[in-house]
Ligand binder design. Structure first.
Ligand code: ADP
Length: 537
């Protein structure tokens, strides 16, 4: 067989040649912008030529600091297609962390959304490697900024070459992108993606047994483009010629629902907290939606949430698992054909698991005594390997702990059932260690979120004088139930489903559960704040 390299530029070229009239829709500060993949390709090539004239060479890192927009999408292909490395920086990190990762990646140029410029101005004297700041605004005039040297994206693009040629001789194993992922302690860890890995991952996005993205889809990547490549959707959508809708700055559930309705979105992907908020609005105002599936991952999708989407709104809900290190798609909770005859409850049980492996990857679940039995009971750490799984952390000695003997050690504890469905029990660090036994915080919070009064719930292990740790639940009630439900009612609701010693020792009602930069529950904040909750006075 031929050894043709798997390169990002061929994804772009396919959209240019086969789908020149398909649309990209981008929500900007000035309304919706629409253009075709023909114009997209030309602007993308202009951007590459501009970056080349600013001195960007193969292997150089170029950072983006941006919302999900057409300009960010241009950077998504302009940077890797020319052989440089697309470094998507998380806009919600603390300034010191941003400075750390820009320095660690040695970014040469930064592309920054206009409204985010002040965040970078505040740390610019700590960014010696950055030689140019390009400000992405709807206008060609450069907005007022103290960044030096600063350029206007649109003005630069006017000078760029719309026919810029991409190199053919890149190595498919060369880096095309990088993304830093949060660590329990210490600085974020850099994950490097190769051309080959992302092309193969983009194939996976198109498989009917995953999410089956196709030309006929209208795709709305809600998950940020600075987080695990928006789960690879923008790359795949360009390749398949799918219409894309990019939700722009500060998207909220109202904006997302408007976009889904107006643009007839068929496929949208987000973390569970977003789907929870969207459901809340859908309850208030039904919409005319054409969604053929919503993709949900990043944290465990509560069973009740899956049920709501499927039974109440008639929208198929696809639960998936992955991590920044895995590009990210790794498992999908899809039923096998012969499982469709199971009872509703059994089906929901499967759908609420993280699912089974995407073709192309290998998996093990390893406990104290080696690989666990596939009985849905024995727990162990999930190990993954495959062509779109990272092989190291970029220049980081934590590589040694996570990448061993060719396997990524995910830090996620799971069981695996006879059908090969994995069920995440917890992240190792979130398991509640009570009296020498483990309690799954994830199981408790999913069960709590099935209570009709509960909007969001999370459970954390809090130090306990006798048991080492005990579970403490935090609950946000739906508006209509505020002050109408007490701790006892929630504990009684859990009681039939858990051993007595699993039940939370206390329930704290709060207005909002703190979230991480990508909308996951920020357990660490609660753990710190309530560290002495079970301590004797
Ligand atoms: P961060 O560490 O910043 O959250 P990632 O997005 O890479 O960054 O997080 C990956 C982790 O998210 C996984 O290791 C796992 O713990 C959790 N996760 C992802 N998808 C799911 C899911 N479907 N169910 C439960 N946990 C999930």
């Amino acid at each position: 067989m031929m050894q043709t390299p798997l390169l990002m530029k061929s994804l772009l070229e396919r959209a240019e040649k086969l789908f020149p009239n398909k649309e990209v829709v981008s929500r900007t500060a000035n309304g919706l912008l629409r253009y075709t993949y023909r114009e997209y390709g030309q602007r993308t090539r202009r951007l590459s030529s501009v970056l080349a004239s600013l001195g960007v060479e193969r292997g150089d890192r170029v950072a983006t600091f941006a919302w999900n927009s057409h300009r960010h999408l241009e950077a998504y292909f302009a940077i890797p297609s020319m052989g440089a490395v697309l470094h998507t920086v998380n806009i919600r990190l603390f300034p010191e962390q941003i400075a750390y990762i820009v320095n660690h990646a040695e970014d040469k140029v930064m592309l920054i959304d206009e409204d985010l410029v002040p965040l970078i101005e505040g740390i610019q004297d700590k960014l010696p490697t950055v030689l140019a700041y390009i400000i992405m605004s709807d206008k060609a005039e450069l907005p007022a900024t103290t960044l030096q040297p600063a350029y206007s994206y649109e003005a630069l693009l006017q000078t760029g070459d719309p026919s810029f040629e991409y190199p053919d001789d890149l190595d498919e194993n060369a880096p095309m992108g990088m993304c830093y992922t949060s660590a329990t302690t210490g600085n974020p860890k850099g994950v490097v993606y190769s051309h080959r890995g992302i092309v193969l991952h983009s194939y996976a996005v198109g498989l009917v047994d995953t999410i089956g993205m196709s030309e006929s889809d209208t795709v709305l990547p809600i998950v940020p483009m600075f987080h695990a490549n928006a789960w690879g959707q923008p790359f795949a959508a360009v390749w398949y010629g799918s219409k894309q809708v990019l939700p722009g700055p500060q998207p909220n559930p109202h904006i997302l629902l408007d976009l889904m309705e107006q643009e007839q979105v068929t496929l949208a992907a987000a973390v569970p907290t977003i789907w929870l908020s969207v459901a809340k609005l859908l309850d208030e105002h039904p919409r005319d939606l054409k969604l053929r599936a919503v993709l949900c991952g990043g944290s465990a999708a509560p069973r009740a949430l899956i049920q709501t989407y499927e039974e109440k709104y008639n929208i198929p809900f696809v639960h998936a698992y992955g991590m920044t290190e895995t590009s990210p798609l790794a498992t999908f909770a899809r039923l096998k054909s012969y499982q469709r005859n199971l009872s509703k409850d059994e089906i929901l049980d499967y759908r609420a698991k993280q699912g089974f492996l995407v073709p192309g990857l290998d998996m093990r679940v390893v406990g104290d005594r080696g690989d666990v039995a596939w009985n849905g009971e024995e727990m162990g750490e999930l190990l993954l390997r495959g062509p779109w799984i990272a092989s190291e952390y970029y220049r980081d000695e934590r590589t040694r702990d996570a990448f061993k003997n060719g396997w990524l050690h995910t830090g996620d504890v799971a069981t695996i059932d006879p059908e090969g469905f994995i069920k995440l029990v917890d992240r190792t660090k979130d398991l509640v260690k009570s009296g020498g036994e483990w309690i799954s915080s994830m199981d408790l919070e999913n069960a709590l979120m099935a209570h009709p009064a509960v909007f969001e719930a999370t459970v954390v292990g809090i130090p306990h004088p006798k048991w080492y740790e005990r579970p403490l639940a935090f609950v946000t009630l739906k508006d209509a139930f505020k002050s109408k439900v007490d701790k006892q009612e929630l504990i009684e609701f859990l009681r039939p489903h858990f051993a007595k010693w699993w039940l939370p020792d206390d329930v704290v009602f709060i207005d909002e559960i703190p979230k991480t930069s990508v909308g996951k529950f920020l357990k660490r904040a609660l753990r710190d704040q309530y560290a002495s909750h079970f301590k004797p006075n």
